[in-house]
Design a protein around this ligand. Structure first.
Ligand code: AMP
Ligand code: GLY
Length: 423
C-alpha cells in the first residue's frame, strides 16, 4: 500500500511512525513533512492547503490512502477533494469537520442533543456582546468562532479585559474572519483531559486518554501554545468517568452528527474539563491532537492501517482497540521566544542518540535539513517522547532523553507530568 500523510508536525511524525509499523505499507509519502519524517517517508514539498497539487500528487502516484493531520485542510475540505478524486481518505468531510471549524456550531449541537458543556451565548453583533458582558459573571471565556491557531480563546478575569477581548476579536479582527462570530461562555474549573476517538460515521472507539500542557511556562503560566507536552494515560480519567463520557458525550456526539446529516469519519478529539458537576466538553477537534498523538499512538497495539480502513469502510464495530498497559510522556522542545517571536536555523545536535533506543522517540516538528545538518525551522521543534512501565518512569525517561539533544535557544517546560504526583 502507498500512504500519503498531509502535514508537517510532531503529530504527523508520530502518524508516519505508526503507519511505518504496518506490514501492509510499502511506501509512505508526506506533504510537506519535516527532517524527522524524511527518515521514514518520502517528503514532497506541497503544503497542506494546496489542495489541487495534493490531489494531483495522490493520483499520479497511485496513493491508496491519504491521512490528513492538521485542522485547516480538514475544515477547508481537503477530504472532500480527495474523495471526489476517488482517493481513499482518512479525515472528516468539510460538513463534519465543522465540529472543530465553528465553535458556535459545536455549542449549538451540544445544546440541541443534551451533551454536557458550559453555558454560552453566540453573538454576531459586537454591541450585543458588550451589552451581555455588563451582567456577566467573571472570569468569563471569549472564543472566536473559527480556527485561530489555538489562540482564539481568551479567559477574562475582569469586565475591562472582556470588553477589550470583544474589540480585538470582533472589531480589530485579530483572528481574521474567525472573529465574525463570538461565543461567550461560562468559565469551568477542573482538570483537563484529552480523549481521542476513532469514528466511522456510526461507531466510535475510544483511545487511551492524555493530558496536554497548553501554556508556555512552568506552573501553567504565560501564553497559550499548541501544546508543550503530554502524558498518557491520565490518572484522573477513571473508569467511572470513562463510562459516563461514553454514554453521555462520545456516542451522543457521533449520533448527533449522523442525525444532522454530517456523519463523522475520522478522529474526534474531545477536550474535556472534569468539573465538580461531572465531565463537560470544552471543545471538539476533528483530528489527532498534537502532542497528544505522540503519547497515544506509540501505546496502541493495533495496526493503525486496519483501524483507519475500518473507519473508512464503516466497519469500526469489528475492531477491538488495544493499548499497552504502560505510560508515555512527551516533552516538547521549542525555540526560545515561542509562541511569539523566535529564531530559526539553529543546528540541532544529538539526534543520533535515539538510534536503536527502544521506547524512546524523537518526533520532529519544526525541523528541516540544511547543508549544516538538521536545523530548527519552527516554534515547536522536537517532541521528546518516552515510554515507561508507569507515568513516573516514563516522565523520568523523557526528561533524560531531553538532555540528549541541544540547539541554541533550546526551551522546554520542566514540569510536564507534574500533575502525576497529585494523583
Ligand atoms: P479551546 O481551544 O476551546 O480548547 O480552549 C483553549 C483552552 O482554554 C482550553 O484548553 C482550556 O484550558 C481553556 N478553556 C476553554 N474553554 C474554557 C472554559 N469554558 N472554562 C475554562 N477554561 C476554558
Ligand atoms: N494539543 C492540543 C491540540 O492539538 O489542539
Amino acid at each position: 500500500m502507498k500512504v500519503l500523510i498531509v502535514g508537517s508536525g510532531g503529530r504527523e511524525h508520530a502518524l508516519a511512525y505508526s503507519v511505518s509499523l504496518s506490514p501492509k505499507v510499502d511506501k509512505i509519502f508526506c506533504c510537506p513533512g519535516n527532517a524527522g519524517i524524511a527518515e521514514i517517508a518520502e517528503c514532497v514539498d506541497i503544503k497542506a492547503m494546496e489542495f489541487d497539487r495534493l490531489v494531483w500528487f495522490a493520483k499520479t502516484n497511485e496513493v491508496d490512502l491519504c491521512i490528513i493531520g492538521p485542522d485547516d485542510p480538514l475544515v477547508g475540505g481537503l477530504a472532500d477533494a480527495m474523495q471526489e478524486a476517488k482517493v481513499p481518505v482518512f479525515g472528516p468531510l468539510k460538513d463534519a469537520a465543522i465540529l472543530e471549524g465553528s465553535k458556535a456550531f459545536s455549542k449549538d449541537l451540544m445544546k440541541k442533543y443534551g451533551i454536557p458543556t458550559s453555558a454560552y451565548e453566540v453573538f454576531d453583533d459586537p454591541a450585543e456582546a458588550l451589552k451581555y458582558l455588563d451582567n456577566a459573571r467573571f472570569p468569563i471565556v471569549l472564543k472566536a468562532d473559527g480556527l485561530a491557531l489555538g489562540k482564539g480563546v481568551l479567559i477574562c478575569e475582569t469586565l475591562d479585559q472582556a470588553r477589550n477581548g470583544v474589540k480585538e476579536i470582533m472589531l480589530d479582527k485579530k483572528f481574521g474572519t474567525a472573529g465574525n462570530k463570538l461565543v461567550i461562555e461560562e468559565f469551568l474549573k477542573g482538570r483537563e483531559v484529552s480523549v481521542l476517538t476513532f469514528c466511522d460515521g456510526k461507531t466510535i472507539k475510544v483511545m487511551s486518554s492524555a493530558q496536554d500542557h497548553k501554556r508556555i511556562g512552568d506552573g501553567d503560566t504565560g501564553l497559550n501554545t499548541g501544546g508543550m507536552g503530554t502524558f498518557s494515560p491520565s490518572p484522573f480519567y477513571t473508569k467511572k468517568i470513562d463510562e459516563y463520557c461514553r454514554k453521555n458525550i462520545y456516542k451522543p456526539t457521533v449520533d448527533a452528527m449522523q442525525k444532522e446529516g454530517r456523519p463523522f469519519k475520522g478522529v474526534i478529539f474531545f477536550g474535556l474539563m472534569l468539573t465538580e458537576d461531572g465531565p463537560k466538553v470544552l471543545e471538539y477537534n476533528a483530528r489527532f491532537g498534537d502532542p497528544e498523538a505522540q503519547v497515544v499512538l506509540i501505546r496502541m497495539k493495533n495496526d493503525i492501517i486496519d483501524v483507519i480502513m475500518a473507519c473508512i469502510e464503516g466497519k469500526l464495530s469489528r475492531v477491538k482497540l488495544e493499548f499497552e498497559d504502560n505510560a508515555a510522556v512527551c516533552v516538547c522542545i521549542a525555540e526560545n521566544g515561542y509562541p511569539v517571536k523566535y529564531n530559526k536555523g539553529h543546528v540541532i545536535t544529538g539526534l543520533e542518540k535515539f538510534d536503536g533506543m527502544d521506547g524512546y522517540f524523537c518526533f520532529h516538528a519544526g525541523t528541516k535539513k540544511s547543508s549544516r545538518g538538521i536545523v530548527t525551522n519552527g516554534g515547536r521543534v522536537l517532541g521528546i517522547t518516552a515510554k515507561g512501565p508507569d507515568l513516573r518512569q516514563a516522565r523520568a525517561n523523557a526528561y533524560e532523553a531531553v538532555t540528549w539533544v541541544d540547539f541554541e535557544g533550546k526551551y522546554y517546560r520542566k514540569d510536564i507530568g507534574k500533575a502525576i504526583d497529585e494523583a
